[in-house]
Design a protein around this ligand. Sequence first.
Ligand SMILES: Cc1cc2nc3c(=O)[nH]c(=O)nc-3n(C[C@H](O)[C@H](O)[C@H](O)COP(=O)(O)OP(=O)(O)OC[C@H]3O[C@@H](n4cnc5c(N)ncnc54)[C@H](O)[C@@H]3O)c2cc1C
Length: 442
Amino acid sequence: MRPAGGRRERGPVSDQPVLDQLVAEQPRPGRSVPDPAASTAPRTQDAPGLDVLPVLTGDLYGYEQMLDAQDQRVLADLRDWLQRRVAPIANEQWEKAEFPHHLVPELAELGVIGLGYDRPGRPAASRLLTSFVTLELSRVDTSMATFFGVHSGLAMGSIVLLGSDEQRERWLPDMYALRKIGAFALTEPGGGSDVALGLDTTARREGDVWVLDGAKRWIGNATFADLVVVWAKDVDDGRVKGFVVHQDNPGFTATKMEGKLALRAVQNADIVLEGCRVPEADRLQGANSFKDTGKVLQLTRGGVAWSSVGCQMGAYEAALAYARQREQFGKPIGGFQLVQDLLVRMLGNVTASLGMVVRLAELQEAGTCTDAQAALAKGWCTSRMRESVGWAREVLGGNGILLENDVARFFNDAEALYSYEGTREINTLIVGRAITGQSAFV
Ligand SMILES: Cc1cc2nc3c(=O)[nH]c(=O)nc-3n(C[C@H](O)[C@H](O)[C@H](O)COP(=O)(O)OP(=O)(O)OC[C@H]3O[C@@H](n4cnc5c(N)ncnc54)[C@H](O)[C@@H]3O)c2cc1C
């Protein structure tokens, strides 16, 4: 043991770093509680005694242990695939701003698409499992998580919640298998936070066909999606309706947005609809006003909160691994108090955020989750994420801005999560309205 207050002489770095010595002196945690500092693995550790799932370094309270063994197995398979197939190429895809299409069939085989929806022969998985799937994807590659969230959450969720039985049967089987990929087009060049007040994109009915005109912006997956759920205002009754537009519908064009500094592997598009003709059969039969669009957004807003926990957890784990091996002044920087302060702040953010979204998942499972509860989680967790990824970058010094160390990717990707599906300000206003009874939107 190091003498208290004793001055250390500069010399060769010890075989057993100070950090390990200190950790070895601490009481060991219980069987199912992870001890992140004891890990020698950079990203995960094997916790002795746990049957299925290695406990994450960033899950100090062992929240994943709330899943039963069967659900842990789903997550273990996903984690294994992400580590083998996604992690090694995530930075390269990000730098090239290319989506890894070759991985889509493999993702489909994991069976995690649309896991939260009831379907014949396969009841819906628990909300906790589907949420941990989102966390797991985000913790390794937030771009892959966003592709997944747009397809499985926003696009499939629109059809599950608002499609007719016939439409669900027509579109969903191919979407579960990722044979057909979905996108969700709500945001417009002139309408982001205020889309609920009205859309410029119009829908005009001509017999059995609708004619769509307008523009959409920021639409994830839209350059290659087979089915794009487009929201437009019916010129006759002024209500917002949802249309499933196919990539080859005449009058539909999607152009990739360039120069993006977050989620670069996600293909966001500018969409132009010019006299785009959509059969009445492709109008979502249960979407009759913006309130219905809001049902989909409430479903997915919680998912972005989960994604932000994964993003900051990935950054924390990379920073911790770095701090354990990077040496300055003759010892690992993880042995410096100020560096430990950053690491522990990050872990606090991750742990508190995770506790919040676990409860959110329980409320969603019970069907009692309110807009304010989802909005508070989205706004608060993404704010904590933004702090955490900044501290992670700081721990890496100059190396924190190099893609090869992973943290730079999480740092940048956090900016998109912070803004999409409701900015912090908008989520604050939703919660503010709920707790005061006063709307402060305008
Ligand atoms: C990477 C990425 C992917 C996306 N993917 C999709 C997608 O697949 N489909 C889709 O439809 N959309 C998508 N979006 C759009 C996203 O949902 C919007 O960016 C978001 O809703 C914010 O809108 P905006 O960017 O137009 O910002 P604006 O609405 O222009 O807001 C600008 C700023 O003003 C603030 N502000 C606005 N109104 C108020 C107010 N009343 N009080 C206080 N502050 C206010 C905002 O909080 C923000 O800080 C994506 C966006 C990004 C960045």
